[in-house]
Design a binder for this molecule. Structure first.
Ligand code: GLN
Length: 197
């Protein structure tokens, strides 16, 4: 079978490249019709969650995707993808405006976490580090780009990694979500973890 990569906006081509390096076929999801093609895993890429959320609704893909994930389809969500999965969303700083405390509508809402978008401020949201990710390994490269973080992990989800005291990776059943961009680094362990879910 294949891994379906949400290809409405953002860094989806890079995920396809990493999957190909692992010998995994991918197909792109751009419309509700694409959901009828056979696939057994899902990638929700980074990008801009507000734009992705709007396009998912316009294409009639939001509910079917939420149902697939809720029914247990394995999913790797990165950065904006993590925001798409989150059950609760809070805004941070956007376009220079402090929107702290604003709670935008959720999207798929299948992951029992609260995420804070653009949580580090514009400049500080982009940096590179390495760290341990539970179940994945030590010294995993982590590239953050205007990243969210997980402010609260609900009882349904489990924390996998922290950077500077903030949760940046979580898992809930077959949902694996990270605030960074594994598709932009050479390390393949996060994508291997998806294939192993
Ligand atoms: N700041 C973006 C958002 O809120 C996420 C950034 C990213 O995916 N690199 O959706």
């Amino acid at each position: 079978m294949a891994t379906a990569v949400l290809a409405l906006q953002g860094a989806f081509v890079e995920h396809e490249g990493r999957l190909a390096e692992l010998g995994e076929k991918s197909l792109e999801l751009r419309s509700a019709e694409d959901l009828a093609r056979p696939f057994d895993r899902l990638v929700l890429p980074g990008g801009e969650s507000t734009v992705q959320g709007r396009l998912l609704r316009r294409e009639g893909m939001l509910e079917p995707l939420a149902r697939l994930v809720a029914d247990g389809m394995p999913v790797l969500a990165t950065c904006a993808g993590l925001i798409l999965l989150a059950a609760r969303i809070e805004d941070g700083v956007e376009d220079g405006r402090d929107r702290s405390g604003v709670r935008p509508a959720r999207h798929l809402g299948t992951l029992d976490v609260t995420v804070v978008r653009n949580a580090y401020g514009r400049q500080l949201g982009s940096f590179h580090t390495r760290g341990a990710v539970a179940g994945v390994g030590d010294d995993v490269p982590m590239t953050f780009i205007r990243a969210p973080y997980v402010a609260e992990v609900g009882p349904g989800a489990e924390e996998l990694a922290r950077v500077d005291g903030r949760v940046v990776a979580v898992r809930q059943g077959a949902q694996l979500a990270v605030a960074f961009h594994p598709e932009l680094d050479r390390d393949l362990r996060i994508h291997e973890a998806l294939l192993a879910l």
